[in-house]
Design a protein. Sequence first.
Length: 240
Amino acid sequence: MYFIGNWKMFGGLNSLNSLHRVIKFYKGFKRNRLVKIIYCPPSTLIRPMSKKLKNSRIEVGAQNCHENENYGAFTGSINSKMLKDVGAKHVIIGHSENRQRGESNKKINNKIRSALKSGLKVVFCIGETSQEKRKKKTYQVLSNQIKTGLDKVKNTRNIIIAYEPVWSIGTGLIPKSNELIKIIHFIKKKYKNLKVLYGGSVNPKNIRELKSINNIDGFLIGGASQDAKKFIDIIKKTYN
Ligand code: 13P
């Protein structure tokens, strides 16, 4: 099971102090062979975090990248090769917070292909808005996002899908279990070997309900991942 922490635009160097707690927990956790932890901090923390996590088997990822795999005159941007250079092994692409700021499926596709070329593993986010859900367009939206996002991607071995309904991010709302099972099944039917994570308001309170969904391969965790105790609690409760 994957437990991926997305810190979003939170945290400075002092936030790394809380990691020792997670490192210690992970080392001593009996089921740790079943657990893969990945932290995706802001880009400014990738390097120092990688150093802190050295030898811990906890990996580091970025939250986005530019679609151009070469260096170029793109002020303020960072590409996948630069992320890899400072220690990232993964990158989140297609997060709804970036889609809402104008990132298209086509652009996401370019980013995914560029990241894979640079040797990063991709956490590819998809999800419908509340309006799309109300209009019963969920499956159509997810289909489009996946189809265009993975266009010309021949090998999906290094891709994980994170299903994050936009209406559940940061709201405390989660989908009904039977809906989630169906949606994950739908995604997996399209791409046989893809792992599918769930993201959106995952916390120590709702994890028992979420973990009972047996086709989920893990969780993409926002707010709760910034709190070491909550993050550890989520992992512990997934296994008992
Ligand atoms: P929350 O867990 O804070 O709802 O955020 C989810 C998310 O967007 C992770 O990428």
